[in-house]
Design a protein around this ligand. Structure first.
Ligand code: 4AD
Ligand code: MG
Length: 429
């Protein structure tokens, strides 16, 4: 089957394009159809004097988004969008589309979100989804090439991974309540004792009552977990991964980034080493820049924006106060108020894309933290077992896919970084 993206291989040849009408215009006896097939957009030319009148008249019937098959010859033309054109010989119509709700004029975001099932056909949304797909492939390839085994963690679980306040609960037969996974991490930890280095890639759920440009209710997370890695090695790994997938996307999705008018030079700067600053230094920088933050607090959305505008490359903030972070992080050996962890912030105002840490590997300390946080101890028996049977130092991290897509594409809000966003006030379509 012919696809528009492969046009350069078909110059002078007759092909069939199967797709949808993007737009049309007429200049007397010559008509122009802009046809998209999901891989590109191509201009088709209908010349009255060379066409059967029955074929020529189909131009008038065609509405925006009508589905069609055109037969014709590919020509190179520098002036045409995409650089190629098709001189049309025949047009076959699959369906004449009803009046399409999304027109070239501008629409409000709510209207577009209500029509997300149609909106994804647009040029910019198509580019974002293509970048997302390239990113996913790059991430998977990175882990594969670096000796990580892929494991699937359960979605239904009783062990709270992050915080009790943001759980989605459901009844689980005779076994009480279960909740949708906020993270696959705890299960990834179990898996390293079998496979050494693993990653998970799946949907995660947070009933967060926040309506910010960085929050989704359902989002996709990639979580690496590595036996015998300390927090430094964990940061080295994240840096290597992020450099790899950003440069791969620059290389293989260049055209989509151009469609999005992304400043590609900013992405080309994403090379190791990234910046690394301690939480203590970070608080100083934030205070100097007008943030009301106090030592001991986690970084808010505004703090993320300030910090990530401050640097031209991703920056790690490491070793946070223990009580600002989740129960499983390893206590700092020289300062029990801190944990060995890091957040990675993307530049250009985007903010946190990764949360990672060394894990508490001491049975008693971990049990103590579970109790301090008031977590249901009975759900963590299996997790505590991992500290009883051959416990080892280990670390891991979770990369939020939509925030990463948002950053790489240079879009403001994560809702456009996923095909069908779930937001606090939206579950349609
Ligand atoms: O920092 P978080 O909460 O870390 C974890 O879940 C760890 N268990 C990961 C690990 O160590 N294996 O989430 C990780 C990342 C964030 O940095 C962010 O990119 C993304 O997940 N994220 C969200 N993305 C969109 N919407 C939300 N509501 C998100 N919450 C977290
Ligand atoms: Mg985090």
């Amino acid at each position: 089957m012919f696809y528009i993206k492969d046009a350069s291989e078909y110059i002078g040849k007759e092909v069939k394009i199967r797709g949808w009408l993007y737009n049309k215009r007429s200049s007397g006896s010559i008509k122009f159809l802009l046809i998209r097939d999901g891989t590109g957009i191509m201009q088709g030319i209908m010349i009255e004097s060379e066409l059967d009148p029955q074929v020529f008249s189909k131009f008038d019937d065609l509405t925006q988004e009508s589905s069609l098959k055109v037969t014709g010859t590919i020509r190179e033309d520098k002036r045409a969008p995409g650089g190629y054109e098709i001189t049309i010989k025949d047009v076959e119509i699959y369906q004449i589309a009803d009046e399409y709700p999304i027109t070239p004029k501008s629409h409000g975001t709510n209207f577009l979100l209500d029509h997300r099932h149609l909106w994804i056909r647009s040029k910019l949304q198509n580019a974002i989804l293509n970048v997302r797909s390239e990113l996913i492939q790059a991430i998977r390839d990175y882990f594969y090439q670096n000796g990580f085994a892929m494991v699937d963690s359960p979605i239904l679980t009783k062990a709270i991974g992050e915080e009790a306040a943001t759980l989605f609960e459901t009844d689980y037969f005779d076994l009480g309540k279960a909740s949708l996974a906020q993270t696959g991490q705890l299960y990834a930890e179990a898996a390293i004792f079998s496979l050494n280095k693993v990653y998970t890639f799946g949907p995660t759920f947070r009933a967060e009552k926040s309506k910010t440009r960085r929050h989704l209710i359902e989002f996709w997370m990639i979580e690496g977990e590595e036996a015998f890695y300390d927090n430094e090695m964990n940061m080295d790994l994240q840096e290597d991964l992020v450099e790899y997938f950003v440069q791969r996307v620059v290389e293989r999705a260049h055209q989509h980034l151009e469609t999005l008018e992304r400043d590609i030079s900013a992405l080309e700067k994403v090379r190791k080493p990234f910046y690394r600053i301690s939480y203590d230094e970070c608080v100083e920088i934030l205070k100097k820049n007008g943030s009301p933050i106090e030592w001991g607090q986690d970084l808010g959305g505004e703090d993320q924006t300030i910090l990530s505008t401050h640097y031209d490359k991703p920056v790690f903030i490491y070793n946070f106060p223990k009580h600002a972070k989740a129960f499983y992080m390893k206590e700092h050996p020289e300062n029990p108020d801190l944990v060995l962890c890091s957040d990675l912030f993307a530049p250009e105002g985007h903010g946190e894309i990764i949360g990672g840490s060394q894990r508490e590997d001491d049975y008693d300390k971990l049990l103590n933290r579970i109790r301090e946080e008031g977590l249901p101890e009975e759900a963590y028996g299996w997790y505590l077992d991992l500290r009883k049977y051959g416990s080892v130092p280990h670390s891991g991290f979770g990369l939020g896919l939509e925030r990463t897509v948002g950053w790489v594409c240079g879009i403001e809000h994560v809702r456009e970084a996923i095909p069908f966003p779930r937001l606090i006030n939206r579950i349609y379509p």
